[in-house]
Ligand binder design. Sequence first.
Ligand code: M6R
Length: 610
Amino acid sequence: MCGIVGYLGEKKATPILVEGLSKLEYRGYDSSGIAVVEDGEIKIEKCRGRLSNLKDKVAGKEYAGSIGIGHTRWATHGEPSDVNSHPHSNEDETIAVVHNGIIENYIVLREWLISEGYKFVSETDTEVIPHLVDYYFDGNLEDAVIKATKRMEGSYALGVVAKNDPGKIVAVRKDSPLVIGVGEDGKESFIASDIPAVLNMTRDVYLLEDKEFVVMTKDGITIYDENKNKVEKQIFHVTWDIDAAEKGGYDHFMLKEIYEQPKAIKDTLTSRVVKGEKIKLDGIHLTKEQIENFDRVYIIACGTAYHSGVVGKYVIERLAKIPVEIDVASEFRYRNPLITDRTLMICISQSGETADTLAALRLAKEEGARIIAITNVVGSSISREADDVFYTWAGPEIAVASTKAYITMLIALYIIALYMAEAKHTVRETEIEKIKDGLLNLSEKTAEILNDVDTIKSFVDHLYSKNDVYYLGRGLDYAVAMEGSLKLKEISYIHSEAYAGGELKHGTIALIEEGTSVIALATQSELYDKQISNIREVKTRGANVLGIAMEGQTEIEKTVDQTIYIPKVMSILAPVLSVIPLQILAYYTAVQKGCDVDKPRNLAKSVTVE
Ligand code: M6R
């Protein structure tokens, strides 16, 4: 995820900016850059790749400027490249901007600015900002930034400098974090997207609210609201150590990423799903005729991504009415799959680098299939080799155990299914609108679950000492059971298996005895009664059962030992919510067992060997 730093003071800005950026490396990034104001000029240095590349670039240049802004970019709009890196500037480099967030209306703004004579060089949404500021600039930087932000929709944290209003940094935030560091004697000030970037310079910060503007000069820091009224703020003194702060105060990245899910859902839906409008997918270029021509879809993925694909099969078949086969990528190539030019392959991979998924993609491409990639990493191998790409805007996932990437893969699959259904008219418009509404409410409902995790945590005492756990579900609940089971085993090392509720009695039920732990999902209203019967089968054999159901489905309480309720949603969308208690359960079980949650044994985040 992108990171911002800024410095204004009496020291040389470059080393302070580079050091600040190094403290943000943990967030994940694929390029970095700085802009330093010196001798009435703005010097911009930026490049793709690790921060060491930037360090090499600035080494020996000895910039003496003591005002500057810096950025680590995690690509969303446009591949990781030198030109797409921040800072971005206007044509004559008199204004430079670093930006975190997404400008949702950048296409409209870009077209308008082009019609006004502005020239663009990058593929980013950010580049509209320096041009907009340029458009409104008449000698006062903050006034121009205020006017520019009034035209911008979406989320942003900005740091802006201008050659023709020197001695100043202007910063502003909306829906993207930004803090202002107050240096010693009021002689220096900092901006940062995240406290660690400034923690070795100062522990005194202002925490900005949305739409607050900051003007930093050598005379001090002034904070304004969007109408340029002065705002008085209390200084917040940071007492955490740097390690905790990098995880945003969470004990582990996994927990942080679980709590980032409401935002990740929102970002993935942004500008793609809008009430009353057709789905818009700027990375997918299929015509109605091409969609109608597909006679089969293969979904190919590994691990957690595969589990999202199991949900995808159900959703695409139900909405787009195309037969879908789902395969573990490592198996796909060796079963002589039937591929023609009427085949659509959807490859799902958080990293976009998984070797087996990439190999399956290449085989299908050779045989003439059309390939859509769903991935979280812009410019990854899978995104480059696919015909079309759907980026999940989950932000970098650092914990090995995938959580927010899984949830956004589900969102991607719903959106693609609706996109095909709209093209093929396979579902009534009212039904499509209902699902879109449901999708747009998911972020809030996810946050509701995360606000109250006590019941979930209370089951951990029962679970953490077990050797085996069984997860049961029917329909979409079975798909989620698989993911819940994987989450538990990979981080807590407890053996677990997921079964379709009706399948257990064909063998595995022999393992159920007094005290066996079972986690049973029952969120699917049309399968509810059948699943309750399956739960009864294990309960009567002595199992201790945790049930997961939707609010209002209270009948389950008569059969299970404990119940967790998820907020009410359409059955088809339930996987996005029902997986969250399972992630939390796995997390706290692993913590209680003292496991290395973020780096479980034998596992790697990205599996680039077959
Ligand atoms: O990067 P990918 O999504 O292609 O990775 C696939 C699997 O290795 C991955 O989902 C793995 O199963 C997870 N780390 C499990 O949490």
